[in-house]
Design a protein around this ligand. Sequence first.
Ligand SMILES: CC(C)(COP(=O)(O)OP(=O)(O)OC[C@H]1O[C@@H](n2cnc3c(N)ncnc32)[C@H](O)[C@@H]1OP(=O)(O)O)[C@@H](O)C(=O)NCCC(=O)NCCS
Length: 176
Amino acid sequence: MLILKKVVAQVEVRKKNKFMAAEAALDFVQIDFGSNEYQQLLSLRLRYLREPLGLQFSEKDLASDESDVHFGARTTDGLIMGGLALRVDGLACRLRQMLVHPDLRRRGVGKLLLKHAEAYCLEQNVLHISMHARLSAKDFYEKCGYRQIGDSFVEVTIPHIIMNKQLEKFQNLRGK
Ligand SMILES: CC(C)(COP(=O)(O)OP(=O)(O)OC[C@H]1O[C@@H](n2cnc3c(N)ncnc32)[C@H](O)[C@@H]1OP(=O)(O)O)[C@@H](O)C(=O)NCCC(=O)NCCS
C-alpha cells in the first residue's frame, strides 16, 4: 500500500491547517453512477459500512443509488478514499452512505466531504440536509454543525439518530 502511505504523508504535511492539507492531497469530486470511481466507492461502502455488520447491499439499496448524487475524495493516483451520497428533493436533501477510509480518518477528510456536499446543495437551492446517522458518528456530525432530532432507533442492526442542518446561503466552504 505504497500509494496509501504517500497519501497519508501528504495529508499530514501541514498539521497546522489539516483541512488545507487534506484538500491539497485529495480531490473532492462528483462521481457518476456506474463509473469505475463509483465501483471503488461501492467497494469501500461494502467493506467498511455493511460487512462489519454482517450485511450486504440489497437490490433496493443499489437501485436508489442510480438516482442519487455521489461525491468522493480521490487521490492524485485515482483512488477513492471516502464518499457520500445525496438525494435531493426540492429544498431538502437526504445524506447517505458517508464514510472515510480508516487510514485517513481524523484528518479532516470527512469534514471536507461534507463541505463540498453542502456547497453542491446550495448550488441546487437546497437549504436543509438530514440523515439517519449512526450514533457512533454523532460527535463528528455535531462538529460539522448537524443537530440531533428525536430519540435513537435501530437501523441496519445498530443505533441511529436523525440529524439535520439548515444551510445558510453564502456559508464559507472551508469554514468550520
Ligand atoms: C464518521 C467519519 C465519516 C468521519 O470522517 P473523518 O474524516 O474521520 O472526520 P474528520 O477528520 O473530518 O473530523 C471532523 C471533526 O470531527 C471529529 N470526529 C471525527 N470522528 C469522530 C468520532 N467518531 N467521534 C468524535 N469526534 C469525531 C474530529 O476529531 C474533528 O474534530 P475537530 O473539528 O474538532 O478537529 C469516519 O469516521 C467514518 O467513515 N466512520 C465509519 C463510517 C461511519 O460511521 N459513517 C457515518 C455513517 S452515518
